[in-house]
Design a protein around this ligand. Structure first.
Ligand SMILES: NC(=O)c1ccc[n+]([C@@H]2O[C@H](COP(=O)([O-])OP(=O)(O)OC[C@H]3O[C@@H](n4cnc5c(N)ncnc54)[C@H](OP(=O)(O)O)[C@@H]3O)[C@@H](O)[C@H]2O)c1
Length: 310
């Protein structure tokens, strides 16, 4: 089994992490829960032990399904990350950011219940709460750690200066930033900062919602995804991705696997979270682990994809 050490947490995780936002029907459309459960169970068989969720994905649904799927697996064989930030416990407080002490403690208890576990391996502040002082947020995380409910904590999409502040006040051990070859901004600030602190780094959205898989020609009708999936821009982007086929062929892998392996080639990234919907997706993603991309191919891939317009 391919494993990497998630920075200073010392956790041994698979380079591919199972992303479960896809259970959020508001963003991703209808979800077939049986298929998601089958995919989560298949993950272990193809070498993936690392799972990512958040309390707000489907208002708790994603955590519930992970809790059910992994209830048949010994707890110490999986590493679970979840996140806190959106206060959705009461309908009229929906989407109010809340990293207050009480908010975090209350949401953590709810996540533990849904996940059917006594502890969360990695607990992340999902976004940055401008209303709460960093010391208060950190105190909640430290107390949860002392109580054994959380093993390690960190942050996700925080502005880089807020990240610096967090590091000053507490032992934020894990960073979860966005990174794809079309959204690579974090490689010049957040990733180096995390590296300098020895933090574990798990990046998200490597396939830009599926656009970087090579499965589109640009003629398809895609309900979600915004402007990248519309008109001439969609055709242009899909065409660029399909030009990666010869490089993928050279390694005997698919375009999706090539893109994931290239993300993992960055020495500052430990694990890459891929959004999964069915067993075939996690099987394909797992095939990217252990693939070493040569320097020349890495830069050809980046040049071929180019920049996202506007
Ligand atoms: N911390 C944060 O703020 C944050 C933000 C976003 C995401 N995340 C985490 O990161 C995970 C991944 O990010 P993401 O969901 O934005 O995007 P992603 O991994 O870039 O894209 C996922 C989509 O790509 C398509 N796909 C994946 N594997 C495929 C395969 N083998 N063949 C064909 N299509 C495939 C699927 O599209 P279809 O659904 O159309 O089939 C899937 O829904 C999320 O699930 C979540 O756990 C965290």
């Amino acid at each position: 089994m391919e494993r990497v050490i998630l920075g200073k947490t010392g956790l041994e995780v698979s380079p591919i992490c199972y992303g479960s936002w896809q259970l959020d029907e508001k963003f991703w459309g209808p979800a077939n829960v049986e298929e998601h459960i089958a995919a989560m169970r298949r993950a272990g068989e193809v070498g993936v032990n690392f799972f990512d969720t958040a309390d707000c994905y489907g208002n708790g649904r994603s955590e519930e399904v992970i809790g059910e799927a992994l209830s048949t697996v010994p707890r110490d064989q999986v590493i679970i990350t979840t996140k806190v930030y959106h206060n959705f416990l009461e309908p009229n407080r929906l989407d109010v950011p809340d990293l207050s002490y009480d908010g975090i403690v209350e949401h953590c208890e709810a996540s533990l219940k849904r996940l059917r576990t006594d502890y969360i391996d990695v607990y992340l502040c999902h976004m940055y709460d401008k209303f709460t002082d960093i010391e208060e947020t950190t105190r909640a995380m430290d107390d949860l750690k002392k109580q054994g409910k959380v093993r390690h904590y960190g942050m996700s999409s925080w502005p880089v200066e807020a990240m610096r502040l967090g590091i000053q006040y507490g032992d934020y051990e894990v960073l979860q930033p966005r990174f794809s070859f079309w959204r690579p901004e974090t490689e010049v600030d957040m990733l180096p900062l995390a590296r300098s602190q020895g933090m574990g780094v798990m990046t998200f959205s490597p396939l830009l919602g599926g656009l970087l898989t090579g499965k589109y020609t640009g003629d398809e009708k895609v309900e979600r995804g915004g402007r990248y999936f519309r008109g001439e821009l969609f055709k242009d982007l899909a065409g660029r991705v399909r030009k990666l086929a010869p490089i993928a062929e050279k390694y005997g892998i698919t375009i999706t696997q090539l893109v994931l392996a290239a993300v993992l080639a960055n020495p500052m990234i430990h694990s890459c979270i891929t959004g999964i919907r069915k067993p075939a997706y996690i099987e394909e993603a797992a095939g990217a682990m252990g693939v070493t991309i040569e320097r020349k191919d890495y830069y050809t891939l980046r040049r071929t994809l180019g920049k996202l317009p506007g």
